[in-house]
Design a protein around this ligand. Structure first.
Ligand code: ACM
Ligand code: ZN
Length: 496
């Protein structure tokens, strides 16, 4: 009897190393892992699962705590077998942010070179947990790594203020699909959304719509809120990139500080985006106190956000007020600038010097190319891909977010999930060594049309699943019907 048990165990063990065709095993991991091989048999994950990892590394501890929380509350059997190990191995043949996940009868191992890789391995493992309560995870080898380093989503918290809890929920959603940048559009004509201690009126006045628009959602993040968001994002290996708009898209500032505009006129904060050309007033580029103000603001922003990049907007800056403003015209003359395009470039370069002096890098929308790109600036290409091609051609880093594929405020009729899925962030024009300047891409969710959480969610998902896969998975393994199948399976699974 004893021998028989031993024999059957031996047969089982041999069987577990026998590959089985992929079609026999259905898994729904998004983004699709680079390679997966399946074997016969399953690991049974239970509430009794034990975890082995290096307790001294706080990042690994946070990742394991997150996983154990899933194990605790997930629909799983009370008893199971085997252990789970999270391993950092500096010598392993694994790409940056990659991981190796092996599942066998008695053991799950996730190996990575750094904590980020372990975290991504855990996200895949979470998506492998079944919904039927069996806890059965198929035996497999998964070797995985991301195609791009910037896998982002921009949320516009200015047009519609997005409460902190909602932003935290988005961090969970991004982390689950291995996205790693959350860009917050914190200021615009429709409201200033971040507390700046030195200029309290920015939130006391500029975050509130004029009383003629009752019932609109107002609000701002306190510095404490921001710290909480940034810390929670860091636990989820997400960088929060703050955007402070300048020199255009800034009329909300003039509701409290009209002296910083070219006209000196006090504005009201209105909840509706009227189009880029309607809002003529702009920060005065001839007034040194404007630069002092922005440097003070950015000093506080830089203290709050540890991101390598600080976004200064730079898009759709209206030039009409600069043309009429004596101080701006004076600046053009004194600095030997050709025109208002070069004045915009002067503005951005001056801000870049400041940002660089704080050890950070400037990123802006592709209009910052006009009049000459600042020395170390990165470009976010939104009016198509030409700006990105031009910047990369000049050796500058680029994040792609063209309206054609990445504007999630657009309707699904215009930009279907399948269209997003067809996107390739590296344009043909940049084949070869220039392609290295394309850091990745991001979706932009502007909130001037969709203005409730449910409406915003419906714009973002399922399209974000498609973009997450574009940014992670080798294009050769992309298959849209297969993605649709995985989306429908995954969105029914509460464990991921
Ligand atoms: C933009 O959509 N104005 C960057
Ligand atoms: Zn001016």
């Amino acid at each position: 009897m004893k021998n028989l048990t031993l024999l059957s165990l031996l047969i089982l063990l041999v069987a577990c190393n026998k590959p089985v065709p992929a079609g026999m095993r259905e898994i729904a991991v998004i983004p699709k892992p680079q390679t997966v091989s399946f074997y016969q048999g399953d690991f049974v994950l239970s509430h009794a699962a034990t975890l082995k990892f290096d307790q001294s590394d706080i990042k690994i501890k946070e990742t394991s705590d997150q996983f154990m929380e899933v194990v605790k509350i997930g629909q799983l059997p009370d008893k199971g077998r085997g252990t789970i190990e999270f391993k950092i191995d500096n010598q392993a043949d694994i790409k940056p942010s990659g991981y190796l996940l092996t599942v066998r009868l008695n053991k799950i191992t996730i190996t990575a070179k750094e904590p980020a890789g372990l975290f991504y391995g855990v996200q895949s493992l979470r998506q492998l947990i079944p919904t039927d309560g069996s806890g059965k995870i198929p035996n497999l080898d998964m070797a995985d790594f991301p195609a791009f380093g910037w896998r982002g989503l921009m949320l516009d918290c200015s047009r519609t203020f997005l409460p902190k809890e909602y932003v935290l929920k988005y961090i969970d959603r991004l982390a689950a699909i291995k996205m790693n940048v959350l860009h917050l559009h914190l200021t615009d004509d429709q409201g200033w959304r971040i507390e700046i201690k030195k200029y309290p009126a920015l939130t006391q006045i500029c975050s509130k719509f004029d009383p003629q628009y009752p019932g609109e959602v107002n609000g701002f993040y306190t510095q404490e809120d921001i710290r909480e968001i940034v810390a929670y994002a860091a636990k989820n290996f997400i960088t929060v990139v703050p955007e402070i708009e300048m020199p255009g898209h800034s009329t909300e500032i003039f509701a409290a500080y009209p002296q910083f505009s070219c006209t000196g006129k006090k504005s009201v904060v209105f909840p509706f985006f009227k189009g880029p050309d309607v809002t003529e007033d702009i920060l005065c580029a001839g007034n040194d106190s404007v630069f002092t103000f922005m440097e003070d603001v950015l000093s506080e922003v830089i203290t709050l956000f540890p991101s390598e990049y600080i976004h200064i907007g730079g898009d759709e800056a209206p030039k009409a007020a600069w043309k009429k403003c004596p101080e701006c015209q004076d600046r053009i003359k004194k600095e030997g600038l050709k025109d208002e395009a070069e004045l915009q470039s002067y503005f951005i370069r001056r801000m870049e010097k400041f940002i660089n002096s704080k050890g950070r890098k400037l990123i802006g929308w592709d209009e910052i190319l006009e009049g000459g790109l600042a020395e170390n600036a990165a470009v976010m290409s939104w009016r198509g891909i030409q700006g990105g091609i031009q910047a990369a051609g000049q050796g500058h880093n680029v994040v792609m977010s063209p309206t054609s594929h990445c504007y999630f405020d657009y309707s699904y009729e215009t930009t279907s999930t399948e269209k997003v899925y067809s996107y390739n962030p590296v344009p043909r024009e940049l084949a070869g060594d220039k392609s290295k300047y394309i850091l990745g891409a991001q979706a932009n969710m502007w909130t001037h049309i969709a203005r409730t959480e449910a409406a915003i969610d419906a714009q973002v998902f399922p399209r974000l699943y498609a973009l997450a896969e574009v940014l992670w998975t080798n294009p050769a393994s992309r298959n849209y019907p297969d993605l649709e199948k995985r989306i429908s399976k995954l969105t029914r699974n509460e464990n991921h």
